[in-house]
Design a protein around this ligand. Structure first.
Ligand code: CU
Length: 380
């Protein structure tokens, strides 16, 4: 019995010793974890400072490096009367948002460093601070209000429609999958009426040819010309899905919505030739236009104002591209005189012609007539 008790005592002492050993091990483990924590906290804090410096340096250097890629800078200056308004608005917004961006990022990473975990301090808990809340609500509210008011003011100025009595030139852009149909008024200066129910393969914008204003309208097949320093009003229409009429250098961008005509009024202030001349200042525009032909024309020499569709409208979206050439008034007039009426060249006398069989004063003279009529004279 005594032997049994001695054995039990030895086992118990053994268990106690094992437990003590485990406790000692656990204590040393806990002490080790704290050491690991101290180390990782130190590294995280200091690496966040390194990240802050590298990140901000990257932001500044890349902005500087790509400055000539941004609208409003370098070769991408505005070429319309209202364009500089939009650019300065972007700059003001960029200034305020940029400032906030830099301050918040410095604060974020600096605080992560400053308040890293340390054994000798404990986080304090602040449930509420009225003064702080007032500051961080009021300051952004005031800044945002100023930005929005400025934006609204610019919007109202830019989107103001033309006065019917002022001197302007109106054209029409109809977006469809996948091209723009550009219609110019004829010598009467007025676009004829449309009705979508009249649309056929030949009459693509549904012109109502009973309306004499349509008889001299021009559908421009190639490059569209615009006179410099003349107010242009574009009627913007879509036939199928959403498109967007976008002339980046003129800061013109407006949705083309099916069933809801929109418009944009702008005044081009730089001719294509003047804009090309400005691009000459930038070395990137001295590279060959066609990389396969290094001796060929340079990029600045081939620059054109391009109309693009800025609404992803389907598979052929990329092909909705048209060239707009801005030229002095005399050059525009010369080009304009060469354009032919769509009605006279494509519709007159065909199935679609509601005036078939009737004699109109715009008809060319019969072959045996020697003297041209006044109407045809005005077309020459
Ligand atoms: Cu489109």
């Amino acid at each position: 019995m005594t032997a049994l008790l001695i054995i039990l005592c030895v086992i118990l002492v053994g268990i106690v010793l094992v437990q003590i050993a485990r406790i000692v091990e656990l204590i040393s483990q806990i002490k080790g974890e704290r050491e690991v924590m101290r180390e990782s906290s130190w590294w995280n804090a200091h690496l966040s400072l390194v990240f802050l410096v590298v990140f901000l340096a990257g932001v500044f250097l890349s902005s500087y490096y790509y400055r000539n890629e941004l609208l409003g800078y370098g070769p991408h200056k505005a070429a319309s009367a209202h364009g500089s308004d939009i650019d300065s608005m972007f700059n003001v917004t960029l200034f305020f948002t940029g400032l906030v961006f830099i301050i918040t990022h410095i604060a974020l990473f600096w605080f992560a460093y400053k308040y890293r975990w340390r054994e000798d301090r404990k986080a304090s808990f602040i449930a509420h601070d009225t003064r702080l809340e007032v500051i961080w609500t009021a300051v952004p509210a005031v800044v945002m209000t100023l930005l929005v008011v400025r934006g609204l003011d610019a919007w109202n100025t830019i989107m103001a429609d033309v006065d019917p009595n002022e001197d302007y030139f109106e054209i029409e852009a109809v977006g469809q999958q996948f091209n723009w149909i550009i219609r110019y008024p004829g010598p009467d200066g007025k676009l004829g009426s449309r009705d979508f129910r009249l649309t056929t393969a030949l009459n693509q914008v549904g012109q109502d040819f009973r309306d004499p204003k349509n008889w001299d309208d021009i559908i421009v097949a190639q490059e569209c010309y615009l006179p410099v320093n003349k107010k242009i009003r574009v009627r913007i229409i879509a036939k199928d899905v959403l498109h967007n009429f976008y002339l980046p250098q003129f800061r013109v961008k407006m949705d083309a919505v099916p069933g809801m005509p929109t418009y944009f009024v702008f005044t081009p202030t730089k001719t294509t030739a003047e804009y090309r001349n400005e691009l000459r200042k930038y070395p990137e525009y001295h590279k060959p236009y066609d990389p396969a032909d290094p001796q060929g024309p340079k990029r600045w020499e081939k620059f054109e104002y391009e109309l693009a569709c800025a609404e992803l409208c389907g598979k052929g979206h990329y092909s909705m591209r048209r060239i707009f050439r801005v030229v002095p008034q005399e050059e525009f007039d010369a080009w304009y005189r060469q354009q032919e009426s769509y009605y006279l060249t494509q519709i007159r006398g065909k199935e679609e012609d509601p005036n078939k069989g009737k004699v109109l004063d715009i008809d060319p003279p019969a072959k045996d007539t020697l003297s041209p009529t006044p109407a045809t004279l005005s077309k020459i």
